[in-house]
Ligand binder design. Structure first.
Ligand SMILES: [Zn+2]
Length: 469
């Protein structure tokens, strides 16, 4: 059967036909490394890692590239604040990225290029765009891409040049010939990181890096370009325009975009300040709960983030893990079932759902059904073949999506129950206005690393780590 994915450029589900049969070449825009990643950053990483695993499960060889943007205003600002070199900020947060990625079981891509390793290739590309008449040098040594020189501009995001002009917030920038033009190269202020170029001492603009790194590593035209939907315009529109202007060939054949994580209607972003860090989420809810949360809605839809929703995912993930543990503690070595009609049927259902625009909610529902069957078979205990088969397919399907990959261990301590009971006792004291006793409980828990929060919705607790400077 064929794999269908929604191509942002056409807005339609299209059959995936790769340039080289059996090989998928894929580029995913990666993080700007100036801070720890939050759940919103983790979504494309988790979703496209799972999609890659599925492609491999279907027999494709996948060549995947995910970049690190290691030069950017935010990195420079951070470096200035810390009084260090921008490279040290980037290096620090690349290391931190890998810690978080590992804690979520996200596999490394085949290539993780860094912008600053590609500056000479970027200069070459910009030079070529100037000589082809798609870009121009401004008085100060900036180089801009001339949007109107590229006829197909706007086809990815479905925007027309006239509408862009009407909606454009005209920047105070006399250097541009047209407010729509965007920077390929920026002449820099003294003290900023810089590289030599024929036009000025400066640094690359943001969009050009992904064009250059993807085409150097995957070829002029490759199969899938992916990222968050907030990147469609202008980032991906600009990437497409420069790349196609440069080579005269189509850039990516399919564009896949994941929806945003929202909290109370706002996109999760560092600039709004409503972020929840991956490392905090993994600590509080567990790796599988976070991944289940990110994969149990279709990748194109927005997902609402809240403590309640994550807690539900935690409970759900623990149900499966407990079931697997129950089986694996009794059977620590693999048991291979005979492949029967049932297995073939359930496998084709699983594949069908994922072939249909990577419908992970449907595939995950199937894993939950299987886990229920496994529990039933264990209660019953007679049918050894059924036990083996439910166990194996639950595990295999989980691993296709990168879920429940841990070994058998007790993951659900009694901690929550114990804490709830302690808080009930404290509540009693508060009702009796015995605040001294209530505070004693609060302080004792604090010593144990548990913070108590009295909110209008009741008393909550959270674990905290004290950071000593
Ligand atoms: Zn990019």
């Amino acid at each position: 059967m064929a794999i269908y994915i929604t191509n942002t450029e056409t807005g339609k589900k299209e059959e995936l036909k790769t340039i080289t049969p059996g090989v998928v070449k894929m580029y995913v825009c990666g993080p700007t490394v100036y801070n720890y990643i939050h759940i919103g950053n983790a979504r494309p990483a988790v979703v496209f890692d799972a999609f890659r695993r599925f492609l491999e499960y279907r027999g494709y060889k996948v060549v995947m590239v995910q970049n690190f943007t290691d030069i950017d205003d935010k990195i420079i600002n951070e470096a200035n604040e810390w009084g260090v070199d921008f490279k040290d900020v980037a290096d620090t947060f690349i290391v931190e990225y890998w810690k978080d990625a590992q804690s979520l079981g996200i596999r490394a891509a085949n290539f993780h290029p860094r912008t600053t390793d590609y500056v000479s290739e970027i200069v070459e590309a910009v030079d070529k765009l100037i000589s082809k008449g798609y870009a121009y040098v401004a008085d100060n040594g900036d180089v801009y891409f001339s949007v109107r020189s590229f006829e197909k501009y706007g086809t990815l995001s479905g925007r027309k040049i006239e509408d862009l002009v009407a909606g454009a917030r005209v920047e105070v920038n006399d250097l541009k010939k047209d407010p729509l033009d965007f920077a390929l190269w920026k002449a820099v202020k003294p003290g900023e990181p810089n590289w030599n170029s024929p036009w000025s001492i400066g640094r690359p603009g943001w969009h050009i890096e992904c064009s250059v790194m993807s085409q150097k590593l995957l070829g002029d035209t490759f199969d899938i370009h992916a990222g968050g939907e907030d990147l469609i315009f202008p980032h991906h529109e600009d990437e497409k325009a420069q790349s196609e202007a440069l080579t005269g060939k189509p850039f990516a054949r399919y564009w896949m975009h994941n929806g945003m994580i929202v909290t109370r209607g706002d996109k999760m972003s560092k600039s709004i300040g409503n972020v929840f860090l991956v490392r905090e989420a993994v600590k509080r809810y567990g790796k599988d709960a976070v991944k289940l949360f990110l994969l149990s809605k279709h990748y194109r839809t927005p997902i609402e983030f809240s403590d309640e929703i994550l807690m539900e995912n935690k409970k759900a993930s623990l149900r499966i893990i407990k079931t697997l543990n129950r089986f694996e503690e009794k059977h620590p070595y693999p048991l291979v079932p005979k492949r029967d009609e049932y297995m073939k049927e359930v496998e084709s259902k699983f594949i069908e759902s994922l072939e249909d625009d990577f419908n992970t909610p449907k595939a995950i529902a199937l894993i939950f059904d299987l886990s229920k069957e496994l529990n039933k078979a264990m209660d019953d205990g007679n049918d050894k073949e059924a036990l083996k088969r439910y166990h194996l397919i639950t595990r295999v399907f989980g691993s296709v999506l990168g879920l429940f990959e841990g070994g058998a261990k007790i993951v659900d301590s009694n901690e929550e129950k114990v804490l709830d009971e302690i808080l009930k006792v404290r509540q009693e004291f508060r009702k009796e206005k015995n605040y001294q006793a209530a505070d004693k409980i609060r302080d004792a828990l604090k010593n144990a690393g548990i913070k108590i929060l009295d909110t209008p919705d009741g008393t909550k607790w959270e674990k905290f780590t004290e950071v000593n400077e």
